[in-house]
Design a protein around this ligand. Sequence first.
Ligand SMILES: CC(=O)/C=C/C=C(C)/C=C/C1=C(C)CCCC1(C)C
Ligand SMILES: CC(/C=C/C=O)=C\C=C\C=O
Ligand SMILES: [Fe+2]
Length: 557
Amino acid sequence: MGSLSLSGICRHQFSPLIMLDFNQSNHRIEKAGFVRKPEKGGLTITQVASPLRRPVIVPSLDNETVDRRDPNHVAWTSVRQERWEGELVVQGEIPLWLKGTYLRNGPGLWHIEDYNFRHLFDGYATLVKLQFENGRLIAGHRQVESEAYKAARKNKKVCFREFSEVPKSENFMAYVGDIAKLFSGASLTDNANTGVVKLGDGRVVCLTETQKGSLVIDPNSLETLGRLEYSDSLGGLIHSAHPIVTDAEFLTLLPDLVNPGYLVVRMEPGTNERKVIGRVNCRNGPAPGWVHSFPVTEHYVVVPEMPLRYCAQNLLRAEPTPLYKFEWHPESKAFLHVMCKASGKIVASVEVPLFVTFHFINAYEEEDEDGRVTAIIADCCEHNADATILDQLRLQNLRSFNGKDDLLPDARVGRFTIPLDGSPYGKLESALEPDEHGRGMDMCSINPTKLGKKYRYAYACGAQRPCHFPNTLTKLDLVKKKAKNWHEAGAVPSEPFFVARPGATEEDDGVAISLISEKNGNGYALLLDGSTFEEIARAKLPYGLPYGLHGCWVPKE
Ligand SMILES: CC(=O)/C=C/C=C(C)/C=C/C1=C(C)CCCC1(C)C
Ligand SMILES: CC(/C=C/C=O)=C\C=C\C=O
Ligand SMILES: [Fe+2]
């Protein structure tokens, strides 16, 4: 096999893990590529054994002709191969201070054999890395080797309960056994496809909503090293997919589905033992609200109680319901609870307007002139209290975009004000006019030095309509209430991840990193200046990658 060469213009040679000669890459890539084949009632993706250079047009069952190459957007198409690594040609300038690895995790493989998954969140985890050093960029991707992924590959079928996929029971007795396995957690997935974090002790962990899906990986080789086994006996099967991780601690929430409430727990670097800070009892409803994420301030943890609540019956169902493992309970209302990090005491528990969020952006303490904390401000990507966004993220919806229909429900930066004077109600308002970011809003990051503190800027994905998924990168100025947007026609950008320049004094002095999946099947890594939000560099990948969710930064020591 030849050395790495991007149409003969690669500047540097090194030893790529999997050497691809991109001059001949069509052959290799298409050989390993996935194309669609017609199936009753729709199209499925399957693997092709032979190289396809020209479209093979086959009639579908309803006599339409179908391009078998790759009619889906690459963002919603399974990753082409298990792993790849190589150096990219950089257009523009990567700042020399940017030294380290950006890791991004996400559900990148949505089929097993001929069987296609339904929902974005079902996919087996694909880790992507961008290693920056001296203005050069080495990229790679690799599948996370969870038990769920390995079992599916070996047995050629789904073997664990994923977000919406449930393994098919062979017969009634097996079904009874499967229910027992659900309660013990044995049948739950460990497919760590949501995020990746660097703990204070240097371990890098991929995470999802199930506790067993906490998998330690090597940030250089992207190899899966093993499970992070929590050594405490706190039990429970699920946790927030977005712990708050700093060099000093790992904070997360463990929902209690039996006695509706949440444990707020803390783990120190170098240990696997989570210790309880305190407990929040739900104010209402049959089950705790979904806690995909939560915010903290310098002294407090904010525990959200969303009316989108876990649902025991839906957990047991084999077929997905519109809200999957959740149920919308507007009558149960919405609450925010504030717990003191040091004492575990609840200092406020307020009713707030109904809301739906996956992602809190940040929170901080508001003080009066005497330095007394009077309120907590907590910002989130808020879906206008409409839980249908969860169903919008079905792959069929994502793949069906025709360039015209405007299917993405409106979202905004929701700003909660939680008074600390004992008042029973909190406020929820838009932090800026949602038209500033096209009324799409999710997948956010901030300067990590502003975590829990008063802050001004957030980076997120917004919308340029019509669209069916967030398709812009947006820099939000929450003081001026303005957004600056980046957009490329047909492109699907992933979460802009902010990396601060070492020694910076300005909040937005740094870069925002995103991976772009293009309409034509290509893809590239993009660097925007954190301050001007103009492009400073891009580097084309050998092939477009599927959409990914959340990332982290591993600085080079
Ligand atoms: C990718 C993402 O953001 C969310 C993934 C969520 C998952 C994998 C949820 C899994 C679950 C089960 C398999 C059963 C128990 C409930 C729940 C945590 C939703
Ligand atoms: C990608 C997403 C929502 C987009 C809608 O605007 C949510 C992802 C949630 C999990 O991490
Ligand atoms: Fe998330």
